[in-house]
Design a binder for this molecule. Structure first.
Ligand code: ADP
Ligand code: 5GP
Length: 201
C-alpha cells in the first residue's frame, strides 16, 4: 500500500568497499515498498552472487545491444567493466508508487541526476580511507591488482561527493542504516509528496 504517494528514486554511490551492498541489504530488511534496481554488468559474478538478484551478468555484446536498444537509464565503465541500470523495471516500480534504490558509481549517478533532478542522492563512505582499504582486503573478492585499481578509483569518486545531497558514514552499519533511513523517511514527508492528503487529489 502506498496511499497514492509517488515512488521516489534514491541514488546510492560510494567507493568500492564503502559498504553500499551491506547498507542496501539492511534498508531492504527495514523498509517496505522499496525496490532495489538490479543492474546489468559485464563483470564476472563473485562467489555467492546470483544472476538476476545481485546483477544481470551479461556479455559485452549483450550490453552493447542494451545500450543500442535504449534499455538503460544510465551506464558507465568502471575498472574495466560496464555497468548499467535497466530503465524498464525502474520506471515501472516508480509508477506503481514504489521507492527505487540504485547502487551505482558516480558517472552513472551524474547521468541520473541530470535526467531525474528529483532523485535523492547519498554518498556512502567509511570513517576513513584506511577503513576502506581494510574492508576491501577483508572482503577477499578481488586480486591485489583489482584492489589497487579500486582504491585509485575511490580517490576519483570522493572528489565527486559534493554533487550528492547527503553523505552517510558507514562506521557501524546499523548507524549508517539509521542515517539512510532518516533521509528516506524525511524525503517521503516532503510537502510536495504529502499535499494530496489535504487536497484529496
Ligand atoms: P560495496 O558494496 O560498497 O563495495 P560491501 O557492502 O561489499 O561494499 O562492503 C565491503 C566489505 O566491508 C564487506 O566485506 C562487508 O561485509 C564489510 N562491511 C560493510 N559495512 C561494514 C561495517 N559497517 N563494518 C564492518 N564491515 C563492514
Ligand atoms: P561491484 O563490481 O563492486 O559490484 O561494483 C562496482 C561499482 O559499480 C560500484 O561503485 C557500484 O555502485 C557500481 N554499479 C553497480 N551497478 C551499476 C549501474 O547499473 N550503473 C553504474 N553506473 N554503476 C553501477
Amino acid at each position: 500500500m502506498n496511499n497514492g504517494e509517488k515512488g521516489r528514486l534514491f541514488v546510492i554511490s560510494g567507493p568500492s568497499g564503502a559498504g553500499k551492498s551491506t547498507l542496501v541489504a539492511r534498508l531492504l530488511e527495514r523498509l517496505d515498498n522499496v525496490y532495489f534496481s538490479v543492474s546489468a554488468t559485464t563483470r564476472e559474478p563473485r562467489h555467492g552472487e546470483t544472476d538476476g538478484k545481485d546483477y544481470f551478468f551479461v556479455s559485452h555484446d549483450k550490453f552493447r545491444e542494451m545500450i543500442a536498444g535504449g534499455e538503460l537509464l544510465e551506464y558507465a565503465e568502471y575498472v574495466g567493466n560496464y555497468y548499467g541500470t535497466p530503465a524498464g523495471p525502474c520506471d515501472e516500480m516508480l509508477s506503481r508508487g514504489r521507492d527505487v534504490i540504485l547502487d551505482i558509481e558516480t558517472q552513472g549517478a551524474a547521468q541520473v541526476m541530470k535526467l531525474r533532478p528529483d532523485a535523492i542522492s547519498m554518498f556512502i563512505f567509511p570513517k576513513s580511507f584506511e577503513q576502506l582499504e581494510e574492508r576491501l582486503r577483508l572482503r577477499k573478492t578481488d586480486s591485489e591488482k583489482k584492489i589497487l585499481a579500486r582504491l585509485a578509483q575511490a580517490r576519483i569518486e570522493c572528489r565527486r561527493a559534493e554533487m550528492y545531497k547527503y553523505i552517510i558514514i558507514n562506521d557501524r552499519v546499523e548507524t549508517a542504516a539509521d542515517e539512510a533511513e532518516a533521509v528516506i523517511t524525511a524525503e517521503k514527508c516532503r510537502t510536495v509528496n504529502r499535499l494530496h492528503y489535504l487536497t484529496g487529489d
